[in-house]
Ligand binder design. Structure first.
Ligand SMILES: Nc1nc2c(c(=O)[nH]1)N[C@@H](CN(C=O)c1ccc(C(=O)N[C@@H](CCC(=O)O)C(=O)O)cc1)CN2
Length: 277
């Protein structure tokens, strides 16, 4: 079975638009982009388009690639103090001259719709999340939509980043899976992966995951954003080789990516609602 993240995201955005209309709220998202990385610019444009579609206002702040950490912190501080802004998103990666940790830590936790602030990651780890990072939360939504059980399932997450691997593991644990996190120093990686009922790959290597690493019937979630030899977008998983062995699998494109944006919209609406409480 192909897990169609694009279709799920469309459905969730339609639903969200109705919920926003009914609420009488006008949530607002601010994006901050530093530099001119074409992929980051494209993702930010997609986020603004999604905002427009569901009835969320959006403003974009663009800083030059040589902006200092202090200048980015000033922009974040202004947005933190702006009562008209409900959600703040700093597009990653930041240029190497900007201290990413200081910037993430500076975002007000109640506007941190990316869920990367230590407060929100801590809440997630404690089992009481407010804002969970968009990509892993979007994956949980795909699992729910396709009624793929997590309780008691053996989940293996390959990758330990703060935006995907770690929060993914926490979300699966909160959903009663038995979770293993693998990374570059993991011994017998292939054996660990083959043990998974739910395999989440956030490795960042084009078509790295082959059928020999996948248990027959497993659910395979591909978080990779890579380009193959022909420059074509592809995931971490060799989709053609794995799709008949997996019980369910997300494609790239059209799998996890669109869910990242739909979840960002949902988090921004939540931020606006929490403010009125
Ligand atoms: N502040 C953040 N930065 C980054 C995040 C994030 O969640 N917050 N995630 C990624 C990039 N990203 C959103 O920012 C993102 C990546 C991919 C997609 C997507 O829909 N991809 C499409 C294909 C698009 C294409 O044609 O290339 C798909 O997979 O179907 C959306 C958002 C890193 N930075």
């Amino acid at each position: 079975m192909i897990l169609d993240g694009k279709a799920v995201s469309e459905k969730r955005l339609e639903l969200l638009k109705e919920r926003i209309d009914e609420s009488g709220l006008y949530p607002r998202l601010a994006t901050v982009i530093v530099g001119e990385d074409p992929a980051s610019q494209m993702y930010v444009r997609m986020k603004h388009r999604a905002c427009e579609r569901v009835g969320i206002g959006s403003v974009g702040i663009e800083l030059p690639a040589d902006a200092s950490t202090e200048r980015v912190l000033e922009a974040v501080a202004r947005l933190n103090n702006d009562p008209d802004i409900n959600g703040i998103l700093v597009q990653l990666p930041l240029p190497s001259g900007v201290d990413t940790t200081r910037v993430i830590d500076a975002v007000a936790p109640d506007k941190d719709v990316d869920g990367f602030h230590p407060y929100n990651l801590g809440r997630l780890l404690a089992g009481t999340p407010v804002f969970a990072p968009c990509t892993p939360q979007g994956i949980m939504t795909i699992l729910e939509e396709y009624k793929i059980p997590t309780e008691g399932q053996r989940a293996v997450v390959v990758g330990r980043s703060i935006d995907v691997g770690r929060p993914m593991a926490a979300l699966l644990l909160n959903a009663d899976a038995t979770v293993t996190i693998c990374h570059s120093k993991t011994k017998n990686l292939e054996a660990e992966m083959r043990d998974a009922d739910i395999l989440v790959s956030a490795i960042g290597r084009a078509k790295f995951v082959g059928p020999e690493m996948v248990k027959e019937g497993a659910t395979v979630i591909d978080v990779g954003i890579n380009y193959d030899d022909q420059g074509k977008l592809c995931g971490d998983v060799d989709f053609e080789a794995v799709k008949d062995r997996a019980g369910a699998i997300t494609p790239v494109p059209g799998g996890v990516g669109p869910m990242t944006i739909a979840t960002l919209m949902e988090n921004t609406f939540r931020a606006a609602k929490l403010r009125t409480c």
